[in-house]
Design a protein around this ligand. Sequence first.
Ligand SMILES: Nc1ncnc2c1ncn2[C@@H]1O[C@H](COP(=O)(O)OP(=O)(O)OP(=O)(O)O)[C@@H](O)[C@H]1O
Ligand SMILES: [Mg+2]
Length: 311
Amino acid sequence: MPARLPLAAQRLVIVTGKGGVGKSAVTAALARALAGAGRRVLAVEVAHGGLGPLLGFDGLKATPRLVAPRLQAATLEPDDALADFVHGVFRFGMFARRLLESTSFQVLAAAAPGLPEFLVLHRLLGWVEERHLGRRAYDVVLVDAPASGHSLPLLAAPRTLGTFARIGPVAQVLRRVDELLGDATRTLVCLVTTPEELAVRETIELHGELVGRLGLPVAPPIVNALPPRRFGPDDEAALARLEGAAAGHPWVLAARHQVEHRRRALAQVATLRRALRTPVIRLPFLFAGPEAAGGVARLASDLAAAATRAA
Ligand SMILES: Nc1ncnc2c1ncn2[C@@H]1O[C@H](COP(=O)(O)OP(=O)(O)OP(=O)(O)O)[C@@H](O)[C@H]1O
Ligand SMILES: [Mg+2]
């Protein structure tokens, strides 16, 4: 049974996973799927994750811009987010500007542990809560988050930093972010993996941290780039029976490699399902890659199907 992606009314969707597993491709596809379903989406890449080209738009900026109907996109850098936060706290613009320009403040800001994470979360919260003329600016904010090693400190920041900042504007933001992240009706964390041993192992560990330690709402994992099934059971059996010269033919070797490659991938899917005790969402390996025409759309239609699947 393929898994369902519980995306009904989520306001914040965070896509993470090991480096290079397809986080940006999945974020782009989710953005298309959600915008296609009529939701107004803001897709955000944190620290230049490579999202822009997959949305058909190179050169995303800190300010959201429309890249498709109902779909806006932006890039989020801690430096830009710092200016944003300081201007928010010090309503008097000149003071904020002077502070940002002061060298000692810059040195302090660069050295403050957890500050980049805090600033990214503050910016995301701002977009989730943003309203224009009494109406929400975006139905859903979709985040192409950094690879696991950086996403974990990001998602843990409200807890780790909350122990230092108990009062004041920082503490207030942390409390609001903590409430938002932990609320399964508003937030969903999506873990992307490829069907490979290292990526699957990292996904299982990350899942344990996010669900077990932080209590965050995490979706069934998305297994990206699953090798397609090229041969039926009879052909596979025939390939296995070939002997002698025929068995050494390059086409036979290539076909056997295909069969073996898929078998290993499915074994990794099984490991993941057993460890997390959940079915998974599968996305196909695309030979031309998601960047090719129709690539993101193909992944989007599979994700849209997973989102509308009966519970
Ligand atoms: N379903 C797929 N089929 C084939 N190739 C894919 C698929 N998904 C992603 N790729 C390829 O894998 C590579 C990594 O994809 P992507 O940039 O989306 O990963 P990422 O997790 O965002 O990487 P990073 O950690 O560097 O930000 C790219 O070259 C992309 O073309
Ligand atoms: Mg990326």
